[in-house]
Design a protein around this ligand. Sequence first.
Ligand SMILES: Nc1nc2c(c(=O)[nH]1)N[C@H]1C(S)=C(S)[C@@H](COP(=O)(O)OP(=O)(O)OC[C@H]3O[C@@H](n4cnc5c(N)ncnc54)[C@H](O)[C@@H]3O)O[C@H]1N2
Ligand code: MOO
Length: 397
Amino acid sequence: MTESALAQRTGLAEARDLAHAAGMTARPVLGVERVPLTDAAGRVLATPVSARAHLPSFSSSAMDGWAVSGCGPWRLGDAVLAGAATPAPLTPGNACAIATGAVLPAGAHAVMRHERGWADDDGWLHAQEQVRIGADVRYAGEEASPNEELVPCGTRITPSIVALAAAAGHDEVIVTCRPGAAALVLGDEVVAAGVPAPGRVRDVFTPALPAALARLGAECVRRRRVGDDLAVTMAALEEELATSPLVLTTGGSSHGPADHSRAALEALGGEAVFDGVELRPGHPVMLHRMPQGQLVLSLPGNPLAGFVCLAVLGPPLVDGMLGRRMTGLRREILAVAVANPRPGRRVLPCVRGDDGLMPTAWQGSAMLRGLAAADVLAVIPPGGASAGAAVEAVEPV
Ligand SMILES: Nc1nc2c(c(=O)[nH]1)N[C@H]1C(S)=C(S)[C@@H](COP(=O)(O)OP(=O)(O)OC[C@H]3O[C@@H](n4cnc5c(N)ncnc54)[C@H](O)[C@@H]3O)O[C@H]1N2
Ligand code: MOO
């Protein structure tokens, strides 16, 4: 590799920042939509989730037992079951049996759980130990006040957030529309089904990209294969760019005689955000901004290289388009030493063991077995990393 070739490549951290910034300024700006809570997981909040009322909305018992007022022993009245709206108030020296979740009667100062007291045959309740004021009571508003923000906008909705939104009284949430992405799979040799004949290759991207894009928060709206021809590549790009703010291409990103991505993108007025990243596998990856503000991410055709690029550059790009902050790479411990004598960062599919990350057996750029077995992709810095070292890591797609 020559010094000049290296100088043109963008560092991985810078490429992620550039992808995020490009996503932030991509056009058209995405709209927002209301979705029912059951469809909300995985989407990104366009407005915060706030409490619609006190959370919880009324004071209740946290245990099955007795609501008590003042000091014991207490005279027992009628029981309060969950669902009763306004139980009779308690005055000091009185108590009533109460179920978990039932409204706390006015005047009750605590709940005594049933294993800490007993009722005698004459209708008196006795405590085994002193009952602390407020014991086993869930107070109205102890989790949130009305209108208090619970989850900020830009957050990706998890099932736990769905549950919190329901608890806070919401039936639906307002989310950012998913960026629609079109996939163009380039290459004459690529076939769509079965075992390929010699010289042909089974297309691995078309079946996998919709799910991979969905995990990033985008929606694969169209997919098509495109032959190795500059005019055909330009026409396909133009057609997809007319309706999609994001186009992914696979293959054709290098400098071979049948590689037309770069020339097609430049001929259509595309401006390179980056052209080549210090990354192995995956160094030929490119990102272009088109004249109307759409983005084209060109993934290298070698299967592991393409998916590695999508895993390291796709999240900041799509997060930017969704108006979200970029999630940083996390750090994980390597179980074994990993060499990296060549320039740039090396990305290795790894499994997580008791002692840390262990690279899988299949690391070739055209291989997929290692990626399919991987829990995580380890990012090895130039010079390598020793056993026990903390390295950057990213989720595989
Ligand atoms: N002289 C050089 N040649 C290459 C270099 C280099 O630095 N100097 N880099 C190599 C690297 S690294 C990669 S990665 C590839 C990237 O090439 P392209 O993005 O142009 O991809 P293609 O040449 O079209 O294909 C490469 C490889 O991948 C297979 N492929 C393509 N599409 C698919 C698909 N949909 N499903 C499965 N496999 C696919 C294709 O058949 C080739 O085997 O360039 C190197 N060359
Ligand atoms: O990106 Mo290539 O190995 O680095 O396949």
